[in-house]
Design a binder for this molecule. Structure first.
Ligand SMILES: C[S@@+](CC[C@H](N)C(=O)[O-])C[C@H]1O[C@@H](n2cnc3c(N)ncnc32)[C@H](O)[C@@H]1O
Ligand code: SF4
Length: 468
């Protein structure tokens, strides 16, 4: 089986360097945090120190994440046999979109109905392979691309998963192109529908090329109302820190969404992966992070009273259990479908991105893993520390229970630094500054994942097939 070429190191260095041009700065509003009698030079000093901490952490994270996401290509390494005592999370990927948004570097190809139907059929075969191998799942996350692109195929796939496994919760991503027929088909099948709104400002929807696709902000408001009336849990994604976005514009976006009262809101910082940076700059303007922290504080301020914060970027109404991104909530997950990630038994796997290769593998009764990397116990521990902190699930008391008797000792330096730089308080609860730091870390992690996607797509055409 042909494997895809490993990325040329120079190209990688160059593209990562481009990404490093926009360093976050903390803006000039530190003064609002302190009484007016605190001398300006002290405020300036505090700002500079915080800036230095942010820059150092970001550089270090970028270095570590790059190193740790250097997945090897392989024909050999397949998902291991499941542990019969465990129930894993199942992630399913649907890599098709009708039109691409300029900021998005997720794994997707141009939609072609025939190919997409064939893909769904192959995915269902792969789900059956997982069942035959003995995997058990109680949670499912369906992401894209656009999982709702062929509603009948999505419904059949969900029905199969529910028939084969005892599923407690199923979460599915959607774009705002949602008809009444789609709602009828999915409302009983999906427990949580996560819809990408990105903004409720017409100017922003034009800029992100979503207005033509999904309608004006007013039309989307009507859509969201219908979804809320029909689904158990609706999550709405907004993106913040668009190049020309002001604090007032962000506040308005959040207030419009809050007025609709979705059960969950996810607030993603604009992620400018090397592969989309040029598109972002052409359509939206120069990427700049000077105001990111100030905008983040607007979010905490706006959502603080009505929503509980579940992670650095996810918020839910009081009393709603959050089904969040699979990387945050689940230690181990099986990824099925082209380009899906899975993490099992200390190894990260990624499936082939080429749709023809994907079908061939599955047709010969194999999983479609194409790259993998195994991690040491210490590396896994550091990764879990990042994810637990990001998802507010860290507690020093639980360290030994969750990760073994020596976990606290192994993480001693990290835990010391968290307190030293006021990222956490003495009980390891994140400060506002700490939440922002972990938002940056997770953003870097996603940008790193995008880089893996970008290199995995080399040699594949826009419909997902290996170039001849
Ligand atoms: C992979 S998309 C799938 C959702 C669906 N296709 C849609 O467009 O509504 C999931 C979410 O990722 C977020 N996303 C995609 N690209 C992003 C970027 N460059 N920066 C921040 N968030 C991004 C968006 O908020 C989007 O709703
Ligand atoms: S944001 Fe959604 S619709 Fe737009 S390209 Fe990404 S996955 Fe496709």
């Amino acid at each position: 089986m042909a494997t895809l070429p490993v990325a040329d190191r120079d190209t990688r260095e160059k593209s990562r360097f481009v990404c490093c041009q926009a360093r976050p700065t903390l803006g000039n509003n530190t003064s609002t945090l302190f009484p007016s009698w605190v001398p300006k030079t002290i405020l300036k000093g505090i700002r500079l120190i915080k800036q230095l901490v942010v820059n150092t952490i970001e550089r270090y994270a970028r270095y570590k994440i790059d190193k740790n996401l250097n997945l090897q290509y392989t024909d050999e390494r397949k998902y291991p046999q499941p542990d019969p005592t465990k129930s894993y999370l199942l992630y399913l990927h649907i890599p098709f979109c009708k039109v691409f948004c300029p900021y998005c570097s997720f794994h997707k190809y141009n939609f072609d109905e025939k190919k997409a139907r064939e893909y769904f059929a192959t995915l269902r075969k792969e789900i059956r392979i997982a069942k035959e191998r003995g995997f058990r799942f109680s949670s499912v996350y369906i992401g894209g691309g656009t999982p709702t692109i062929l509603p009948d195929e999505l419904a059949s796939t969900i029905d199969l998963v529910r028939e084969l496994f005892d599923i407690d919760e199923l979460s599915c991503e959607a774009d705002p192109d949602i008809s009444d027929a789609l709602i009828d088909l999915l409302k009983e099948r999906v427990d949580r529908l996560s819809v990408g709104i990105q903004s409720l400002d017409d100017k922003r929807l034009e800029q992100t090329k979503r207005c033509n696709k999904f309608g004006t902000a007013d039309e989307q408001v009507e859509n969201i109302k219908k979804l809320i009336a029909n689904f158990k849990i609706v999550n709405c994604d907004l993106i913040f820190n668009f190049p020309d976005q002001t604090a007032e514009e962000l506040r308005e976006d959040i207030q419009k969404l809050k007025a609709l009262s979705p059960q969950q809101i996810s607030m993603y910082p604009l992620m400018y992966s090397p592969s989309v940076r040029k598109e972002i700059e052409t359509n939206m303007g120069a990427v700049q992070n000077k105001k990111e922290y100030a905008l983040y504080k607007v979010i905490l301020d706006e959502l603080g009273s009505d929503y509980v914060q579940n992670s650095c970027w996810a918020f839910s109404k009081k009393g709603i259990t959050l089904i969040d991104e699979y990387v945050v909530d689940h230690v181990e997950y099986l990824g099925l479908g082209s380009g899906a990630f899975g993490f099992i038994d200390g190894t990260l796997y990624i499936n082939t991105f080429a749709l023809d290769e994907y079908k061939q593998r599955v047709d010969s009764n194999q999983f479609s893993t194409a790259r993998h990397k195994s991690y040491s116990p210490k590396e896994i521990l550091s990764y879990r520390l990042m994810v637990d902190m990001f998802g507010f699930g860290f507690s020093v008391e639980n360290l030994a229970d969750r990760y073994g008797a020596h976990a606290k000792k192994k993480l001693a330096i990290e835990l010391f630094l968290l307190k030293l730089f006021k990222i956490t308080d003495k009980n390891y609860q994140l400060t506002t500054f700490g939440k922002y730091i972990f938002l940056i870390l997770m953003k870097e992690f996603y940008i790193g994942m995008d880089y893996v996607r970008e290199t995995s797509r080399e040699g594949i055409d826009r419909f997902g097939f290996l170039k001849k």
